[in-house]
Design a binder for this molecule. Structure first.
Ligand SMILES: Cc1cc2nc3c(=O)[nH]c(=O)nc-3n(C[C@H](O)[C@H](O)[C@H](O)COP(=O)(O)OP(=O)(O)OC[C@H]3O[C@@H](n4cnc5c(N)ncnc54)[C@H](O)[C@@H]3O)c2cc1C
Length: 389
């Protein structure tokens, strides 16, 4: 029986000093007052272009981020490799607006694809669609609103940029994950990703769409995507997450007066998530699954379904993934059992990854309960080492 309780395995890559730092960090994050003031101060410092690197880099940044560049991430990739844990380098720049910023994100993401092609321990590439166009275009196309001539051109440019990334991934045989972000952008993104799946997934899943299962329409969308894949003769790449923008989505729906797109409660999100995993395992001849979660049940559930369906633990169509710096007890124990596991390892200049870091602190406050789990495990391991067991 797979257990996530073994902290010796979970923290095998961590020195005593690493554990102490992680303990300190999660204690700080558990404090809602500190998180809120930290968020406010970092946004303020960013606006005024004040230096924040000195405070952020040695602490929260080095826990959750692989480094400023691909090269800086490599020692961390090599460390994970020793424990059969793979890595996905995620250029975590957010809020690109100018053509120069978009081109630079493009160059860096293309580099990650080429880098993955030459490294056995980096099984996927990844990108966020909002890095490759302006958000108003994604929003207007998704809502089927009329576009100006320059917006039409920008929508075309976006399609071409995504196609170039998928083509490069295909040419280098590196599967590529396309993250999901706001509800308001997703219709257009789904359309573009589906077209690329149809083009590049004829022999196996190279292009993966992301299904945020907190959305109440995603099971239906998944079923339709599957049917289209069967009908048009290609493989479906399906990355699953619960979804990271719940409060924002609910607030937008209330403000704009449309029905809340999110499931009414956590239980219904959980049910939809697990139903999606079941749906895919039952159709594994046509779907590759990327199970992106810190939820123990959803991770264990997939291992059980794989066994029931006679799949090998390292079936190349079945992947588990957690974010770098979180839930090592899931990643390292799964990897130790022989499953395919990859950590999402964000990288980029300190300033650009701040929004990502702020989301991680929010997710880890005492309210969400994640921190008490991380802290409890860290303390358990520190005690185990102290008592020499
Ligand atoms: C490898 C990886 C890649 C990721 N990529 C993306 C991505 O592309 N896009 C993205 O949006 N997120 C992404 N995330 C983040 C993810 O969406 C979740 O925010 C995060 O992982 C927490 O969900 P969980 O399944 O790990 O755990 P859990 O702690 O079991 O679930 C928490 C989640 O449940 C949902 N939830 C909580 N309360 C309620 C409620 N009252 N009603 C309805 N639903 C509720 C929310 O989605 C919340 O984040 C990624 C996460 C991982 C591990």
């Amino acid at each position: 029986m797979l257990s996530f309780e073994n902290t010796e395995i979970a923290f095998s890559s961590k020195t005593d000093k690493d554990l102490k730092r992680a303990q300190f960090l999660f204690k700080m994050i558990a404090n809602n007052f500190l998180v809120n003031s930290g968020k406010y101060l970092s946004r303020f410092a960013m606006k005024l272009h004040l230096p924040v690197d000195w405070a952020v880099k040695p602490t929260i940044y080095s826990h959750f981020v692989g480094g400023e560049s691909i090269e800086e991430c490599i020692p961390n990739v090599r460390l994970l490799e020793q424990y059969n844990v793979k890595a996905i380098l995620d250029y975590s720049i957010e809020g690109t607006e100018t053509l120069e910023e978009i081109n630079s994100a493009m160059d860096e993401t293309l580099k990650t694809i080429h880098n993955a092609a030459g490294d056995n321990n980096i099984p996927f590439a990844v990108f966020k669609p909002t890095a490759f166009t302006i958000e108003t275009v994604l929003e207007k196309v998704s809502a089927k609103e009329p576009l100006t001539e320059s917006e039409k051109l920008e929508a075309e440019n976006f399609k071409q940029r995504v196609e170039k990334l998928c083509q490069t991934a295909y040419d280098n045989d590196v599967p590529i994950l396309i993250d999901a972000e706001d509800f308001a952008f997703q219709n257009f993104i789904d359309e573009v990703v589906d077209a690329n799946m149809e083009k590049f997934n004829k022999k196996k899943a190279i292009v993966f769409n992301t299904y945020q299962m907190y959305r109440n329409d995603r099971l239906e969308v998944l079923e339709k995507a599957y049917k289209r894949a069967v009908k048009n003769g290609y493989y479906l790449g399906a990355k699953f997450v619960r979804g990271a923008y719940m409060e924002k989505e609910r607030a937008r729906a209330a403000e704009m007066g449309y029905p809340d797109p999110i499931h009414p409660d956590k239980e219904s999100t959980d049910r939809a998530y697990n139903a999606a995993i079941l749906f895919c395992i039952e159709r594994i001849d046509r779907i590759s699954i990327f199970n992106g979660t810190h939820n123990e049940y959803s991770s264990r559930y997939m291992t059980e379904l794989m066994a029931e369906h006679g799949l090998k633990k390292d079936d190349p169509r079945c992947w588990f993934s957690q974010l770098y710096g979180m839930s090592d007890h899931i990643s390292f124990n799964l990897a130790d059992e022989g499953y395919n596991v990859a950590k999402y390892m964000p990288f980029g200049p300190v300033r650009s990854v701040l929004p990502y870091l702020i989301r991680r602190t929010e997710e880890n406050t005492s309210i969400s309960g994640q921190t008490s789990r991380e802290l409890g495990l860290i303390l358990k391991e520190m005690n185990r080492r102290k008592n020499g067991k």
